[in-house]
Write a protein that binds this ligand. Structure first.
Ligand SMILES: [Zn+2]
Length: 493
């Protein structure tokens, strides 16, 4: 079965291939850099990271554009309250987002673009819409006339037929009951940041920026447009209206939307005040790997209930896989090859691939891996795991980690940039504010034993650099090693 996704536009699961048969041209709505992102936002970005990795695993090249919204109602309000320019206000939050993304091992898209770098192109698009008769002016602001675009509502599958023509909204975010003509260009207000332009002094609305930046870099019809489900209406509906009114062509072939992260009964959100940032969770002692695993473990179109038990279970799952990988790499296995087990490894690998091909069903992919790990551990304990079984098992572990990327302990990585595109991500470190060694003190005995064993194996292999790294990691987490005549002893500080 080929790779397929649920397409919000058609409400069907459809086979996916890029239009040119080679490169996936993908646009994802990035963060509004008015504050720290929370883990609800990061669920969406983690989904997009898995999507990137799996598209590449299936042989496609990627051209992925993500925007950074660095001007909108909230930014203008908060910057003014702080007595700063919007640039001084958004700069640190932009950097914080990039750091958080690197901490969660999210690959950097091929292009990250800022709204404020594209104001002339937005003005041009608004003028183009005006020439085609889709806009009108009121008190210096320019609105998109929804009544002129009969397809309005085709993404959110809503019938806006009864909508009153000419009724307008000025805010960027509103719900379906407020479906109205929306602002493309907002007239300058006293004390607000604005740009002078041929269409008057003002600033762009939120929606036009995504239409303009996506089409500038990716062409008039994108292969994939993705975002959180809360963006379906009005944001993505408005993007379609603007773009298709301008070009007369379909704006995006596939629309992928990830579901909410729930905290109890409610959606995790800034406006409700019920949220955790990545920094909060790391400060509480949870590792980035556990957070990433939890966010990735539930298929993106299902709601995910965020709980601390869930985070602990994620840490345990990672531990099981690390232990398994450690056994594969360090234990001695009798010769031969258990045929039944070899067949099970092949089946697990096939099921892993098929599950991700099936609209990124991560839960099923993980089930395939864990089922095999259980069987293989049992075979190792019984002494029937053959040396030749090891290669297939390692292949499965590598396949898993090329997508989920949680096996390398964060504290051992030492750079900070996530390279775009090719191969495995290299991450290297943390936001300066986050000191992992201060936070990761809650290390289990099992984890210590694993690291100590890993250090011994490294020393035996004369890999002293690695051995020293492990010692340093343990020290950073409050564990001291002593080399004694009986072997290595460890104690907590
Ligand atoms: Zn957008």
């Amino acid at each position: 079965m080929a790779l397929r996704f649920y397409n919000t536009l058609t409400q069907k699961v459809e086979e996916f291939a890029p239009a040119d048969g080679r490169t996936v041209r993908m646009y994802t709505c990035g963060p509004t850099v008015w504050n720290f992102v929370h883990v609800g936002n990061l669920r969406t970005f983690t989904f997009q990271d898995l999507l990137r990795r799996w598209l590449r695993a299936r042989g496609w090249a990627l051209d992925h554009v993500m925007n950074l919204t660095d001007v909108d109602d909230r930014i203008i309000r908060e910057a003014a309250a702080a007595g700063k320019s919007i640039y001084d206000y958004t700069g640190p939050y932009t950097q914080a987002f990039l750091d958080d993304a690197a901490t969660l091992r999210l690959e950097r898209p091929e292009r990250l673009v800022k709204a404020t770098d594209h104001i002339p192109e937005m003005v041009e698009a608004i003028r183009g819409l005006g020439e085609k008769g889709f806009t009108y002016e009121s008190e210096g602001s320019i609105y998109f006339s929804v009544a002129r675009f009969p397809d309005y509502g085709k993404l959110s599958h809503s019938d806006f037929g009864g909508m009153k023509a000419g009724a307008r909204v000025d805010t960027d975010r509103y719900d379906k009951t407020d479906a109205r003509d929306f602002a493309l260009w907002k007239a300058r207000k006293e004390g607000e940041h604005s740009w002078d332009s041929p269409i008057g002094a003002g600033r762009p609305g939120w929606h036009i920026e995504c239409s303009v930046m996506s089409m500038k870099y990716l062409g008039e019809t994108l292969d994939i447009h993705a975002g959180g489900v809360d963006l379906t209406f009005p944001h993505h509906e408005n993007e379609i209206a603007q773009s298709e009114a301008l070009t007369g062509k379909p704006f995006a072939r596939f629309w992928l939307h990830s579901e909410h992260l729930m905290l109890g009964e409610e959606v995790m959100s800034k406006s409700l005040g019920n949220f955790y940032t990545l920094r909060d969770l790391i400060g509480m002692g949870y590792t980035p790997e556990a957070i990433r695993y939890l966010l990735a473990s539930v298929p993106y179109r299902k709601q995910l209930n965020f709980t601390f038990d869930g985070l602990k279970a994620a840490a345990t799952a990672i531990e099981r896989l690390r232990n398994f990988e450690w056994r594969l790499k360090n234990e001695k296995f009798a010769g031969g090859d258990d045929q039944a087990l070899a067949a099970r490894a092949a089946r697990a690998l096939r099921k892993f691939d098929e599950s991700l091909d099936d609209d990124l069903n991560t839960a099923q992919a993980l089930a395939a891996v864990f089922e095999y790990v259980r069987d293989a551990n049992t075979a190792m304990d019984a002494g029937v795991f053959g040396a030749a079984n090891r290669d297939r098992a390692l292949e499965l572990v590598d396949r898993f980690d090329s997508v989920f990327d949680v096996l390398r302990p964060a504290a051992m990585l030492d750079h900070k940039t996530v390279a775009p595109g090719a191969g495995r991500v290299t991450i290297t470190g943390y936001a300066p504010e986050v000191s992992i060694s201060d936070h990761q003190t809650a290390i289990s005995d099992q984890e210590i034993e694993r690291l100590v064993a890993g250090r011994s194996a490294a020393r035996q292999a004369r890999d002293f650099k690695r051995a020293d790294q492990i010692r340093a990691e343990l020290a950073g987490r409050g564990v001291i090693l002593e080399d004694t005549r009986e072997g290595i002893r460890w104690k907590r500080k």
